[in-house]
Design a protein around this ligand. Structure first.
Ligand code: F2R
Ligand code: MG
Ligand code: MG
Length: 334
């Protein structure tokens, strides 16, 4: 790839923040017009608007992952759980998921011995399958850039702090792998090979899974879409989903990145912006699908395609670049 690895680390986390910030304006709207998504994203990606847009829970939790990995130079369950919970207590109005907040409240109890217990008890013991594990996972792919097994272990265990349903943590693993394999990709980029890597990664994790809840089946559908020259947004949403469940949003984000790889006439020429705009037009959980798609896109394109304006217009972008630098230093020492 033309961009250096540190540039890709920075752009990954900066773009993830921008995807959340820019996408949150439309969260919950079933479909967003291309015009509305384009106007919004382009306005806050140019130097003309002085207003700063705020990040949501997606970024709040990703920041906690960065801080905890950097502070401990590795994964420390108790420390990360406390970071999540204290961040929620400090700023509870970041748009957190409806049920995960009860996990945070239990994690704030100093006498709690097992930090995984509150998550296990969610939804009468079935655990959350929300996309809250996947939306925050990109920093793990950076920290464990040199060690796939460590990436798997940290991605799963850090997600289990809040999401114990297999669809919740496998979704986070897939999103983490999507960032990891992009960081390891080179030019010319081979989309088929990338999807095969993700399929193999998930196949090893979900041998027992039923076809209707299999991430491998969704990856095959992403591959089939590559051949569909008449693909509409409605078809994408019908096939992959755009909801708050990890199963209904992580494959959608991966599709969004792939779908926007080629420049299209009359669409933004910047690959990261094109990806965020497209993710938003799919509607539904727009902040989360945009943050996940943008993390992959940023890791692919590098800082050259990160607009300077985000530093002012998107809360948290500068911090993200600083965290990326620290994670880069750490992974080079591993
Ligand atoms: N919460 C939101 N959006 C709602 C509106 C926000 C609004 N803009 C505002 O400011 O108030 N977005 C954020 O939540 C998603 C991540 O959620 P997370 O962390 O996974 O939370 P939770 O509570 O664990 O799961 C979310 C919902 O999924 C359903 N669910 C999950 N597991 C379930 C199960 N086993 N059985 C039944 N339902 C289950 C529940 O409805 C949960 O509340 C991101 O979109 C982030 O942006
Ligand atoms: Mg959010
Ligand atoms: Mg969301």
């Amino acid at each position: 790839a033309s961009a250096s690895l540190v540039s890709r680390f920075r752009a990954c986390l900066a773009s993830a923040v921008a995807g959340d910030v820019l996408g949150s304006e439309f969260e919950g709207i079933s479909a967003v017009s291309l015009k509305a998504a384009t106007q919004h994203v382009e306005r806050f990606s140019s130097n003309t608007d002085e207003r700063q847009l705020e990040f949501t829970d997606d970024t709040a939790m990703a920041r906690s992952i960065c801080v905890s990995l950097i502070h401990n130079k590795g994964y420390n369950a108790k420390h990360m759980a406390r970071r999540f919970a204290e961040e929620y207590k400090r700023q509870p109005h970041r748009g957190y998921g409806g049920n995960v907040i009860s996990v945070f409240e239990q994690l704030l109890d100093e006498s709690l011995l097992d930090v995984y217990e509150p998550s296990r008890k969610q939804f009468d013991g079935s655990g959350s399958y929300g996309n809250g594990g996947a939306m925050r996972i990109a920093p793990v792919a950076l920290f464990a850039y040199n060690d796939l097994n460590a990436m798997k272990k940290i991605a799963k265990e850090s997600t289990l702090l809040t999401h114990s349903n297999y669809l919740g943590y496998n979704g986070a693993l897939l999103q983490c792998a999507a960032v990891y394999y992009i960081l390891h990709s080179s030019q010319p980029f081979d989309v088929d090979n990338y999807l095969d890597q993700l399929h193999q990664f998930m196949h090893d994790l979900e041998e027992e899974t039923k076809p209707e809840t299999s991430y491998c089946v969704k990856i095959k559908k992403i591959k089939d879409m590559l051949q569909d020259s008449t693909l509409s947004n409605a078809k994408v949403v019908e096939t992959l989903g755009h909801g708050i469940a990890a199963y209904e949003s992580v494959p959608t984000a991966i599709h969004a990145f792939i779908h926007c790889l080629e420049p299209v006439k009359d669409r933004n020429s910047n690959g990261i912006l094109r990806t965020i705009i497209y993710a938003i037009t799919l509607g539904g959980d727009t902040d989360t699908i945009a943050t996940m798609a943008a993390a992959i896109a940023g890791a692919y394109y590098g800082m050259e395609q990160v607009p300077d304006a985000w530093s002012k217009s998107c809360e948290g972008v500068d911090d993200a670049i600083e965290y990326a630098d620290q994670l880069y230093k750490l992974c080079n020492n591993n």
